[in-house]
Design a protein around this ligand. Structure first.
Ligand code: SF4
Ligand SMILES: [Zn+2]
Length: 396
């Protein structure tokens, strides 16, 4: 891992890693943006004591959700890809594989990213914890997004990432507590593919009063999703767009499975979740699709479900596309609000008014943000100070 590179979430808002220069920023916004970047850089470079040699980066742990097939083959049932593999072969996600006729997680306890982040970076604007989130990610992903921000570790196996660390679930929880984190975030790559590591860590974290945050694209079979959610406090759900063809051509999966995961989440009121859509110019930025997406979300998950539109930055195989114009993000936000959603955000665009939380009743700003940091609060115990309206979310 090149230090710092790890800090941009896979298909998440292309977080301005250093100090943003593309936008005109006020001095206050500029300094806060730089500080946010610097804070996360520190941990990835120094936290883990033991960096694993490249030859020792596969750590076998028998996988959950698979079945045996004739001839020593196995079928993974964790996600809709349902990979069938022979002995010695790895799944499409690079994080799981058949070894001598049994199926294993290859990345258990060997994250390639360790960081300390604001929980807003996930992004979660309505879920507060005491302290920061201790973020983990391993190699691999079950999607093949052509604009992945973290392709150096999401599109490879554990022996191909630039760096990996020895960090058992017990050690991860201990480190999170040592760092005074309030949560563990399964972040940066897709946690579905390191399901066993996430589940074990989340169960231990829950016992130590840490929250668990899952940052996922939701491409997972219903049963494993249902079985991990009781240990998850919040989900940042990376929705890629609202077009089946786009999903198949640019993401490598089908939108129908993603909708099923959101429908499942909508039936679990104990899990807080927010939806984030990275808007890619010319690919998923049609306003009729955005309106249909917002309407569906309102009908399925209610008008208080937060929706974030974030800015694309040219990356990986889509380097020729421009950054998302600010006007497109502004328009997308307006369209989603017109569909009845009460909390719609613009992300990865410091200084944009859509980064703040507004009271749906009186319109006042209740949480003013600079990038990922709340700089002013006009809310008390989750209620708007001006009019008393209860702002949806999980508040400290
Ligand atoms: S989790 Fe990985 S190995 Fe399992 S079905 Fe999905 S892509 Fe294949
Ligand atoms: Zn109000």
């Amino acid at each position: 891992m090149r230090d710092g590179l790890a800090m941009q979430a896979r298909s998440q808002p292309a977080v301005p890693f250093g100090c943003p220069t593309q936008e005109r920023l006020s001095r206050r916004h500029f300094l806060a943006s730089c500080a946010a970047g610097a804070a996360t850089l520190w941990v990835g470079g120094t936290l883990a004591r033991r960096v694993l040699a490249a030859t020792k980066r596969t750590n076998l742990k028998e996988a959950m959700y698979w079945r045996s097939l004739p001839g020593g083959k196995t079928q993974c049932l964790l996600c809709p890809n349902q990979c069938v593999r022979g002995p010695g072969e790895d799944g499409l996600c690079h994080a799981r594989g058949n070894r001598n006729g049994r199926y294993y997680s290859l990345v258990y306890g060997i994250p390639c990213v360790i960081a300390l982040d604001e929980v807003e970076k996930c992004p979660l604007n309505h879920f507060q914890v005491q302290g920061k989130a201790f973020s983990l990610a391993t190699a691999g992903c079950n999607l093949t997004c052509k604009y992945c921000q973290n392709w150096q570790f999401s599109q490879v196996g554990p022996d191909e990432v630039p760096r990996a660390y020895d960090l058992s679930p017990e050690a991860a929880v201990a480190k999170a507590i040592e760092q005074r984190a309030g949560a563990i975030a399964y972040f940066y790559t897709e946690p579905v593919v390191y399901y066993e590591y996430m589940l074990a860590t989340a169960m231990l974290a829950r016992r130590r009063n840490l929250k668990n945050v899952m940052v996922t694209a939701g491409y997972i079979s219903p049963e494993p999703f249902k079985n991990v959610l009781p240990y998850i406090d919040a989900v940042a759900f990376g929705l890629k767009g609202w077009n089946e063809k786009f999903y198949q051509e640019y993401i490598g999966c089908e939108l129908k499975y993603i909708k099923e995961s959101m429908q499942l989440l909508a039936q679990m009121p104990e899990v807080w979740w927010e939806v984030v859509v990275l808007i890619v110019p010319s690919l998923n930025d049609r306003m009729d699709e955005i309106a249909a997406m917002a309407k569906w979300l309102r009908d399925v998950a209610g008008p208080e479900r937060p929706l974030h539109f974030t800015r694309f930055r040219p990356e990986y195989r889509l380097k020729t596309l421009p950054m998302t114009p600010a006007a497109t993000l502004t328009r997308a936000r307006e369209v989603a609000i017109q569909q009845g959603l009460k909390y719609v955000y613009v992300g990865n665009l410091p200084g944009h008014e859509g980064g703040n939380t507004y009271c749906p009743q009186c319109g006042k700003v209740v949480l003013e943000r600079v990038l990922f940091t709340v700089v002013k609060k006009h809310m008390s115990f989750g209620n708007c100070i001006a009019c008393g309206y209860k702002i949806a979310g999980v508040w400290q």
